[in-house]
Design a binder for this molecule. Structure first.
Ligand SMILES: Nc1ncnc2c1ncn2[C@@H]1O[C@H](COP(=O)(O)OP(=O)(O)O)[C@@H](O)[C@H]1O
Ligand SMILES: [Mg+2]
Length: 341
């Protein structure tokens, strides 16, 4: 997009849950903007305040302080009627799909249109059109129980799109899905972002989801905005400790640092270099070795994407040689240690 125009502006948003015995600051003075047409990620550990924050975006949660401005309107200032019509522009999908099990797929998709009083013929036409968008036309008369998790989420997406929203909020929408179905749903979200000119906001605790489709990402840590920026940039050089925590576990299930006491570095492959030759060339050029402790890289058309954790040689001079080599070829080496476990 040529010009950046915000669809959301958050100004010093806080949400405090308070009762007689306890006080939780779930969202703590958060300010940022989300632009029209982007795929924006909100990531954080469990309990960081993501769901609470996202619920302030359609005023399912009233803010305690600050303002949420959607498409030029401050949500907190809308009366009930205005809020109802504005909410039609803000669709949401969840981890649990929220489909009605006793209704078939088409009936699920047209439900919001039915509630809005759209006549039967018209809403069924629209429903079928939306099912076509998500690639499930032939499942119109089928019941949710007969669908896979990925298909259920696609039905939920078709239902969310039925009202022609401007924004789609996705709260952990792929967290209950296996990697293949996750891929399928993310691809669909990317497609509708492009074809329907829809702003998509992805809330997740998984960096791999953000990395696949988001343009920019906000990192939430203990209710606060820890870091915000381009996904590529944050992925290759995370600055806040929250970002480092989120980027590193994307590597493997195991913790590579349990295996070593030596100096370790993280290498990022961002498409400029192939993964294999980098290590082979290090040996060829410098005569020094590194140990690969963990790798999560994939090759796309001969170029490498992902990251690797390598253990450096013991000798300090050797370490310097290796570090210089990685710097020279633009690998963004970042020292990692038990501190960011
Ligand atoms: N309705 C509520 N009442 C009290 N505390 C809440 C409520 N909703 C969320 N919280 C608390 O707010 C914090 C953030 O929760 P949540 O937004 O669900 O985090 P996340 O989605 O990042 O896992 C947690 O400490 C949670 O217990
Ligand atoms: Mg949540």
């Amino acid at each position: 997009m040529s010009k950046k125009e915000p669809i959301y502006i958050l100004n010093n948003v806080s949400k405090i849950f308070q009762d007689k015995n306890s006080r939780t600051v779930a969202v703590d003075d958060v300010s940022f903007e989300i632009n029209k047409g982007e795929i924006f990620g909100i990531i954080g550990m469990s309990g960081a305040g993501k769901s609470t924050l996202v619920r302030t975006l359609n005023r399912l949660e009233e803010v305690s302080e600050g303002q949420v401005i959607f498409d030029g309107k401050e949500l907190g200032k809308l009366n009930n009627k205005e809020l109802r019509s504005t909410r039609k522009e803000i669709a949401m999908i969840f981890q649990g799909f929220n489909l009605l099990l006793q209704k078939n797929v088409l009936a699920n998709v047209v439900l919001p249109l039915k509630l809005a009083g759209i006549p039967k013929k018209e809403r069924e036409e629209k429903g079928l059109e939306m099912l076509k968008v998500v690639g499930l036309e032939e499942k119109a008369k089928v019941y949710p129980a007969q669908l896979s998790g990925g298909q259920k989420q696609r039905v939920a997406i078709a239902r969310a799109l039925a009202m022609n929203p401007k924004v789609l909020l996705c709260d952990e929408a792929t967290s209950a899905l296996d990697p293949k179905m996750t891929e399928e749903v993310l691809k669909l979200l990317q497609e509708i972002n492009e074809t329907l000119d829809l702003t998509v906001i992805i809330i997740t605790h998984e960096m791999s989801v953000i990395e696949k489709i988001c343009d920019r990402v906000a990192i939430i840590d203990h209710g606060k905005l820890a870091e915000i920026g381009d996904v590529k940039e944050i992925f290759s050089s995370p600055k806040s400790s929250a970002a480092k925590h989120l980027v590193l576990p994307a590597l493997t299930g195991e913790n590579p640092f349990d295996m070593t006491d030596k100096k370790c570095y993280r290498l990022v492959f961002d498409g400029r270099s192939a993964t294999e030759p980098v290590i082979a060339n290090l040996v060829k050029e410098t005569g020094k070795y590194v140990n690969i402790l963990s790798a999560n890289t994939r090759s796309v058309g001969g170029v490498g994407y992902g990251q690797m954790i390598v253990e450096f040689p013991e000798d300090i001079k050797d370490q310097r040689v290796v570090l210089e080599y990685f710097n020279k070829i633009g690998m963004n080496p970042m020292e990692v240690s038990k501190a960011v476990k």
